[in-house]
Design a protein around this ligand. Structure first.
Ligand code: URA
Length: 233
C-alpha cells in the first residue's frame, strides 16, 4: 500500500510528521538513491529503499491476519482479571499486532489484526463505511415490522443506530449488515426492538469472509485481499 513519505518516516520512528517534513524539505531523504524534496511523495514500504542522511530506514514487516474469534476471548492485549485474549491464539513470533476494531467478549467470528495503522483506519473510520455482516440469534421471534425498524434506525442511549440490510430472517435467527461500527451496536439494536441477542457471530468484513476457518484458527490475508479492502468504499 502506498504511503506518504513523511508518514512512513514518522512511523519508522524518525520523529513527528512535522519534523520528517523538515528532513524531506532539507534534502536529507532519498528514495531508491534519488533525493526527494517534494512533500507528499508516495512510496511503497518494503519495496522502495528510503534513506535519511545516507542511513537506510528499516521497516517492520506489515502483517494482516484474519482470525475466527471464539466467544470467551477479549480483544485487549491484557486483562486485569486474567481472562484469555485473542493474542493468546496467535504465535508469539508475530510482530506486535492490534485488532482492527473489536468484538465483544461474548461475540464470535471474523476479526482482523494488523500492525498497519493506515489499513486499520481504512476499515474502522466511519467515513469509509466498511460493511460488516453478522449472524444473530435473539430471544423471541423478530416480526417483519421490527426488521423494518432496524433498517429505519432505532434509538439507544440517545444514539440512532441503523442496519444497512436485514435478511434471512427465520424466527429467532437473522443476518444484519452494518456500515456503522458503534459500540455493541448489534446487541443494542436488537435489545431496542425487544429481542436481546443470545448469540452473535461476525461473518464478513468487506469482501473477507470467515470461509472455513474454525473457531480459534487464523490465516494471513493475501496481498490481493488487503488491496481489495483498502480499495473498497
Ligand atoms: N455488535 C455488537 O453488539 N457486538 C460486537 O461484538 C460486534 C457488533
Amino acid at each position: 500500500m502506498l504511503v506518504r513519505l513523511q508518514k512512513f518516516l514518522a512511523e519508522a520512528g524518525l520523529g513527528s510528521r512535522r519534523h520528517c517534513e523538515t528532513l524531506i524539505s532539507a534534502g536529507q531523504v532519498t528514495v531508491n538513491g534519488q533525493p526527494v524534496t517534494t512533500l507528499g511523495t508516495k512510496i511503497e514500504p518494503g519495496t522502495d529503499q528510503v534513506s535519511v542522511a545516507g542511513q537506510p530506514v528499516r521497516v517492520e514487516r506489515k502483517v494482516y491476519i484474519a482470525l475466527n474469534k471464539p466467544t470467551g476471548y477479549l480483544c485487549t492485549s491484557r486483562d486485569t482479571h486474567d481472562r484469555p485474549t485473542v493474542f493468546d491464539l496467535l504465535p508469539a513470533e508475530l510482530p506486535r499486532l492490534f485488532t482492527v476494531g473489536r468484538l465483544d467478549y461474548d461475540t464470535a467470528g471474523l476479526l482482523l489484526l494488523t500492525n498497519d495503522g493506515t489499513f486499520s483506519l481504512r476499515l474502522t473510520h466511519p467515513r469509509y463505511k466498511m460493511p460488516k455482516t453478522y449472524r444473530v440469534e435473539v430471544e423471541g421471534e423478530l416480526t417483519p415490522a421490527q426488521g423494518q425498524q432496524l433498517l429505519h434506525g432505532v434509538l439507544s442511549d440517545g444514539e440512532k443506530l441503523r442496519a444497512e440490510k436485514v435478511f434471512d430472517v427465520r424466527g429467532s435467527r437473522l443476518k444484519l449488515v452494518l456500515r456503522e461500527g458503534k459500540k455493541r451496536q448489534v446487541r443494542r439494536m436488537l435489545a431496542a426492538v425487544g429481542h436481546p441477542v443470545t448469540k452473535l457471530t461476525r461473518e464478513s468484513i468487506g469482501s473477507i469472509t470467515l470461509g472455513n476457518l474454525k473457531p480459534g484458527q487464523w490465516r494471513y490475508l493475501t496481498n490481493e485481499e488487503v488491496r481489495q479492502l483498502v480499495g473498497a468504499q
